[in-house]
Design a protein around this ligand. Structure first.
Ligand SMILES: Cc1ncc(COP(=O)(O)O)c(C=O)c1O
Length: 386
C-alpha cells in the first residue's frame, strides 16, 4: 500500500542539504547586497560568521577560523598545498572524497613520502596505523559511504605531525575534539543547510607555526596563499577574505548559525542528527531488504546515512542490474515527491543515501521510511515481472 503521508520536507540530499526548518527567503532580508565586503558593515558580517562559528562549535580562542574560496574542496586543498611536505604524510581514505585527497597528494603535489591507508566502502581503515610523527590527513565522516571515525581517541595529544581533517559532513552534527585537530575544513551547505560557495578553514596554533616556519617548494596561486613574508595573513581570520565572497551566502550562513543557537546549540544539533540515525537503525533492524553500508554501529554516520540491499533476489543481480534497480528506486521516490536525491553516490555501491543532518526533522525521517518500503516493493515487482 502506498503510504498516506509524505515527509513535510522531502529533501534528503547530502549536499546542498535541506534548509533549516522554517527557512524562507525572508531570512536573507538583512543581507549586505551591493556593498563592499571590505566596508565596515561588510567586514562585520564576515566576522559575525566567524564569531558565531566559534561560539556554536566551542572552538578554542587560540585557533584561527577563516572563510575561504572554493567551498570545502578549496579549504582542504589550501591546507594540503600550504602545509604538506615538511615531513611525511599518512593519507587515510575509505570513500570517494578521502580518495580525492590521496590523488591530490600523490599525483598533483607528488610528495615523496606518502603512505596511503585505505579501506573499501563500508569499512574504516585501521586507525592505529596512522603515525602521528608524520602529518595525517583524514575525513571525519565519509559522506559517500556513511562511515565516520568513532572519536578522536586515536589521535595523540602529543603528536609531532599535524592532524588535517576534512570535516564537511561532520561539523555541527558530530563532536569534534578540537585539541586533537590541527586543521579542520567544511562548507556551509551541509549540516546547517547553508549555501554552497565558501569553505571554512580552522587552524590550530601548531598549524599556524607550521605555516610560518615551512615554505613549500612549489608555486601557490594567490587564491591559496595564507602567508605573506613568512607570516600568517591574520586578516583572513577576522573577515578580510582573500577575494570577494557572496554576501547573500554570508547572510544565509549567519541565519543557520543563529538558528543553531535558537534550538539549543551544538548539543541539540547533534541530538537531532543522532535521532535521525536511531530512527533509521530501528527500521533497518526490522527490514527484510535494506541494511547499512557500514557494518559497525560505532562508525555509522548520523548525517550521510548509506543503505545497501540485503534482499537475496536483488543482491543476486549483476552489479549493473543492482545499480539500475537503485536508480529506479530513487527515481520513483522522486516522482512521488517522497524523497529527493536519495540515491547513493555515483561511485559508491548501489543503494540509497538519506541525509540525517540537523536540518532534517525527525518526523520527516520517520515519514520517509514507509515510502522506501513501498518503492522497493514496487520496483522489485517490476524488475522480476510480478
Ligand atoms: C567529505 C567531503 N569532502 C569534500 C566534499 C566536497 O565539498 P565541496 O563541494 O563543498 O567542495 C564533500 C561534498 O559532499 C564531502 O562530503
Amino acid at each position: 500500500m502506498k503510504p498516506a503521508r509524505r515527509p513535510s520536507n522531502p529533501l534528503f540530499s547530502s549536499g546542498p542539504c535541506a534548509k533549516r526548518p522554517g527557512w524562507s527567503l525572508d531570512a536573507l532580508d538583512g543581507a549586505l547586497l551591493g556593498r563592499s565586503h571590505r566596508s565596515k558593515p561588510g567586514k562585520a558580517k564576515l566576522k559575525e560568521v566567524i564569531d558565531l562559528t566559534r561560539a556554536v562549535l566551542a572552538i578554542p580562542g587560540d585557533y584561527r577560523i577563516g572563510i575561504v574560496p572554493g567551498s570545502d574542496t578549496g579549504a582542504v586543498e589550501m591546507a594540503l598545498w600550504n602545509l604538506l611536505g615538511e615531513r611525511g604524510v599518512d593519507m587515510m581514505a575509505w570513500e570517494s572524497f578521502g580518495k580525492e585527497w590521496v590523488t591530490d597528494v600523490t599525483k598533483q603535489l607528488r610528495l615523496s613520502d606518502v603512505r596511503t591507508i585505505q579501506a573499501p566502502y563500508g569499512e574504516l581503515p585501521d586507525l592505529s596505523q596512522a603515525d602521528f610523527r608524520r602529518d595525517v590527513v583524514f575525513t571525519w565522516n565519509g559522506t559517500t559511504s556513511g562511515v565516520r571515525v568513532p572519536n578522536g581517541d586515536w589521535i595523540p595529544a602529543d603528536r609531532e605531525g599535524l592532524s588535517i581533517c576534512d570535516a564537511t559532513s561532520a561539523a555541527f552534527a558530530m563532536d569534534i575534539p578540537w585539541s586533537k585537530i590541527d586543521v579542520a575544513t567544511w562548507s556551509w551547505q551541509k549540516v546547517l543547510g547553508g549555501e554552497g560557495a565558501h569553505g571554512m578553514l580552522v587552524l590550530s596554533p601548531r598549524a599556524v607555526a607550521r605555516l610560518e616556519s615551512f615554505q613549500p617548494d612549489r608555486p601557490l596561486p594567490k587564491i591559496f596563499r595564507l602567508t605573506s613574508g613568512g607570516k600568517l595573513i591574520e586578516g583572513i581570520f577576522v573577515g578580510d577574505t582573500i577575494n570577494t565572497p557572496s554576501m547573500l551566502c554570508v547572510e544565509d550562513a549567519i541565519d543557520g548559525l543563529r538558528w543553531s543557537l535558537s534550538v539549543g546549540g551544538l548539543t541539540q544539533l547533534i541530538r537531532r542528527s543522532e535521532q535521525n540515525l536511531r530512527i533509521v537503525s530501528e527500521w533497518v533492524a526490522a527490514s527484510a531488504w535494506a541494511g547499512f553500508l557500514g557494518d559497525d554501529p560505532a562508525t555509522r554516520s548520523c548525517t550521510s546515512i548509506c543503505l545497501r540491499f540485503t534482499d537475496p533476489e536483488v543482491t543476486a543481480l549483476t552489479p549493473e542490474a543492482q545499480a539500475d534497480f537503485a536508480k529506479k528506486l530513487a527515481a520513483l521516490l522522486e516522482k512521488e515527491e517522497a524523497a529527493f536525491d536519495a540515491g547513493s553516490y555515483r561511485d559508491a555501491p548501489p543503494g540509497l543515501r538519506l541525509w540525517g543532518g540537523a536540518t532534517v526533522e525527525n518526523e520527516d525521517m520517520e515519514a520517509v521510511l514507509p515510502w522506501l518500503d513501498w518503492a522497493f516493493a514496487t520496483v522489485k515487482a517490476e524488475t522480476f515481472g510480478r
